[in-house]
Design a protein around this ligand. Structure first.
Ligand code: ZN
Length: 115
């Protein structure tokens, strides 16, 4: 049930599951790199006028004028309910947590937000 999900837990799901691997490897949306920027195919309008903000971990479609956090993205792509999306993302969060324990000094993400 919803009330078993703490605010902190939801914050972790939104912030610690990185958007680009989620889009490219987990959800397998079409994507391309243009001018050094990652662009994915918007699941709503199928356009590539999109970006991922690494600082906020939000994916944005400029055409739809919409931001997606990881939960929103899974709900949209898979047509899942909020809770189904949370369950879908949980193993990914477990992986991130295990990774963080093994490697306390995380490497910077390969794609930079500004050049
Ligand atoms: Zn769109």
């Amino acid at each position: 049930m919803l009330n078993t999900l703490s605010k902190d837990h939801l914050r972790e799901l939104r912030n610690r599951i990185e958007m680009i691997p989620l889009i490219a490897e987990v959800l397998e949306l079409l994507y391309k790199t243009q001018d050094g920027r990652f662009r994915f195919m918007c699941p709503l309008c199928q356009d590539f006028d999109t970006a991922v903000n690494l600082a906020t971990n939000l994916a944005r479609c400029f055409r739809c004028q919409r931001n997606f956090n990881p939960i929103d993205m899974v709900m949209t792509v898979k047509r899942y309910s909020f809770l189904q999306a949370v369950h879908y993302l949980q193993p990914l969060l477990d992986q991130v947590r295990a990774h963080a324990r093994n490697r306390p000094h995380r490497l910077a993400p390969p794609i930079r937000t500004h050049s």
